[in-house]
Design a protein around this ligand. Structure first.
Ligand code: OGA
Ligand code: CA
Ligand code: FE2
Length: 491
């Protein structure tokens, strides 16, 4: 990496004043005066050319650089004066760009960097960068003890429901309806198409399909109980797989009974409305989140309600992404109303997660970011042999970063990267996180998700629709607003 750069520097660095040596040589080489001056002319042109190219590159870099780069410079000049950080420049990066809304992104600077933020009149909060991948911050004392108490009481008053219901009944019928042969199922599960079913291929499927979190140990027990892995190599061949009935795994699990601790998520939660007319503490929290994220207020106002979560002792939430990946066909649940078609892929599009800790947990219950600031992200290497980095009951200690729950502290992170033009880009896979098992006590948290559709025009259309529902809503539209309200709650 360094070598070509050094060479380039050598080529382009202004030459020092010609040393006496070449001059002395000129009379000696009288016969080659002509070719020598030709050489000098060529060299001068070459230097001018290289310098021009560099100047052009620098010009392009500084004039049409990404908004992030621009913000970074703005920010560092402000923060160097130890002033309270102000909203960053949110101007569009080029004048021909017609989008009205822009999403400022805070600067992390470096891990451990602390910046002061103004969120409450007469008070200054400190915001610390915990990681850059994902861009993750921690703000102690974001909520007062009294505010935490109010949020927990309001949630109790409303009533909490199980975050994940036990595995749905009727798996057998579902399997029959599927109408797929064992070979077909085998090839679908065999993600890397190597003709064998590896542990992680089975585990991933079970988590997505049944919401049951199998450990490699569970899998070995199942294989042993069903005599599935006959050659004992830890893999299932098509032949071995074909000898199992299609619901053999589920049947085995249910006979032994599935415990709540074996689910992807073991907690209870409720949703609290934060719009007009809501409790003052909830309104104020939303306003504080607006000031913190510096996002357009309309966007924050139209986001999901506050989700309040309670984990009992033994509760957990295995590692996950709060948002789905961005495919061209994907529609966001929150903008369904503005989608022209009913898409087969629906996902929650949560640009930012703001997570509040509402109490101190006696032991455990940290929020883990297993791959934060990792050099690479490889899905298959998350589950290796007996270490499953996604498992927050057993392997929280092996992840890269853990945040201890402290009453009143907020952490927040970006689930998407920037598209470089002030809008949402790709999903940030490094935002993978989970709630470690609560080993002693109870844990209360609340999530404020800020929904943004990566499709700018769909987000804009949606905002227009909900701001003037009577005039602009097309009566022919096949999206039912009531259905939308329901899905909003179900997120
Ligand atoms: C969530 C979540 C983490 C935690 O609720 O989506 O990731 O620490 N919670 O409870
Ligand atoms: Ca395989
Ligand atoms: Fe989460």
């Amino acid at each position: 990496m360094m070598e070509p750069q050094e060479n380039t520097n050598d080529d382009t660095a202004p030459s020092p004043a010609p040393p006496p040596l070449p001059r002395e040589r000129i009379p000696v080489q009288k016969g080659s005066v002509c070719s020598r001056s030709y050489f000098m002319v060529v060299m001068v042109f070459f230097h001018v050319y290289v310098l021009n190219v560099i100047a052009l590159l620098l010009y392009v870099h500084y004039n049409s650089g990404s908004e992030e780069g621009r913000s970074s410079r703005d920010f560092s000049s402000r923060s160097s004066g130890h002033k309270v950080a102000e909203p960053l420049d949110t101007q569009p990066p080029d004048p021909g760009f017609t989008r009205k809304m822009h999403l400022p992104r805070l600067e992390g600077i470096r891990v451990g960097h602390v910046q002061k933020v103004s969120l409450v009149p007469g008070k200054v909060h400190e915001m610390k960068t915990l990681s850059l991948k994902p861009l993750l911050f921690e703000i102690p004392h974001f909520l007062s003890d009294e505010e935490c108490a109010v949020v927990m009481r309001l949630a109790q008053l409303k009533g909490l429901m199980e975050s994940q219901v036990m595995v749905p009944e009727g798996q057998e019928e579902l399997n029959q309806q599927l109408n797929l042969s064992p070979e077909e199922i085998f090839h679908l599960l065999d993600l890397n198409q190597d003709g064998q079913l590896q542990q992680h291929e089975i585990l991933t499927h079970s988590r997505v399909r049944d919401g049951i979190w199998l450990t490699p140990e569970n899998l070995r027990e199942i294989y042993a109980g069903l005599n599935a892995d006959q050659d004992g190599n830890g893999l299932l061949s098509l032949e071995e797989f074909g000898q199992l009935s299609s619901d053999a795994f589920q049947r085995f699990l249910f006979q032994r009974g599935v415990k709540r601790s074996q689910l992807v998520r073991n907690s209870r939660h409720t949703w609290l409305y934060q719009g007009q007319g809501a409790h003052q503490v909830l309104r104020e929290l939303r306003n504080r989140v607006m000031r913190l994220t510096r996002l357009p207020p309309s966007l924050v106002e139209l986001s999901e309600p506050l989700q309040v979560v309670r984990y009992e002792q033994g509760g957990h939430y295995h590692a996950h992404h709060d948002s789905g990946p961005v495919y061209p066909e994907t529609t966001c649940t929150h903008t369904l109303l503005a989608a022209n078609t009913t898409s087969p892929f629906q996902t929650s599009c949560r640009y930012i997660t703001v997570l509040f800790y509402l109490n101190n947990v006696e032991e455990g219950g940290e929020t883990t970011f297993p791959v934060a600031d990792n050099r690479t992200y490889e899905e298959v290497s998350l589950i290796q042999n007996d270490v499953d980095l996604l498992d927050t009951r057993r392997h929280c200690d092996k992840g890269n970063l853990r945040v201890k729950p402290t009453r009143g502290t907020a952490v927040f992170w970006y689930n998407y990267l920037s598209d470089g033009r002030g809008w949402v880009g790709e999903q940030d896979e490094y935002s993978l996180h989970g709630g470690c098992v609560v080993t002693r006590g109870i844990k209360w948290v609340a999530n404020n998700w800020i929904n943004v559709d990566p499709d700018y025009h769909r987000q804009a259309r949606y905002q227009q629709l909900v701001s003037q529902p009577e005039e602009t809503q097309d009566p022919q539209t096949d999206t039912n607003p009531e259905q939308y309200t329901d899905t909003h709650q179900d997120l």
